[in-house]
Design a protein around this ligand. Structure first.
Ligand code: DX5
Ligand code: ZN
Length: 224
């Protein structure tokens, strides 16, 4: 069953605890936190103190997406702050095998993220040490961008690889998910669907997450 992971990037940061409580009520289990450094992506967001504050107000698993040039230096700091799972971009990790093992040895699940221009094939030799793969369906840096359809082809390729290899990694997608493309996303093989602006720019984030959960369930039960 595909899960919905609200991304707080589009939440009201002056009322973060209330915003998180709203989506928690929908019965989610993982919250997506976007960390940007102004170098790898042209935007700046939150650091370890905010993750640590969020850790204190929720039991949800915290999925920290590092859009930073030096994940080896900062991943342990985010894990110490309360991250349960940390993803790093393939594009900034020359020693990806080492980075993934380091994250696991620090006690978190290790994920790899692929930008829209990075092929799935680059992960062939690390999938056995990868807990999850995050396929970017927008160029990272901002919420509210348009979904890049080629991401679905990449998800299908990964799902096929997963079946062939018998490996258990989860597949996550991030960026531009809306009520129209959610069904295709789930049918392509995604386990974790990140959604930011759709959820937090809606008038009722709890109801929006519930609606997404229902569409995700239907996508796998209704044949088309
Ligand atoms: C973008 C971030 C996303 C962002 C998605 O770089 O990684 O997690 O919050 O936002 P939406 O769902 O609005 O595209
Ligand atoms: Zn993200």
């Amino acid at each position: 069953m595909a899960e919905i992971l609200p991304s707080i990037l589009s939440a009201d940061f002056t009322r973060l605890a209330e915003e998180i409580a709203k989506v928690e009520k929908a019965g989610i289990s993982i919250l997506h936190l976007d960390v940007m450094d102004g170098h790898f992506v042209p935007n700046l967001t939150i650091g370890p103190p905010v993750v640590s504050s969020i850790r204190k107000i929720t039991k949800l698993k915290l999925d920290v997406h590092l859009m930073i040039t030096d994940p080896d230096k900062y991943a342990p700091i985010f894990i110490e702050a309360g991250a349960d799972q940390v993803s790093v971009h393939q594009e900034v990790c020359p020693h990806l095998d080492r980075t993934l093992r380091m994250i696991q040895s620090e006690g978190a699940k290790a994920g790899v993220v692929l930008n829209p221009s990075t092929p799935v094939a680059t992960l062939a030799d690390v999938l056995d040490v990868t807990d999850y793969v995050l396929i970017m369906s927008v160029n990272p840096g901002f919420g509210g961008q348009r979904f890049i359809p080629n991401a679905l082809r990449k998800v299908r390729a990964l799902d096929a690889l997963r079946k062939e290899s018998g490996l258990q990694f989860a597949i996550e997608i991030d960026g531009g998910v809306n009520l129209e493309n959610l069904g295709d996303v789930v049918r392509a093989g995604v386990d974790w669907v990140v959604a930011g602006s759709l959820v937090f720019h809606s008038s009722d984030p709890e109801a929006t997450v519930r609606q997404m959960q229902q569409l995700a369930r239907q996508a796998l039960t209704v044949s088309v």
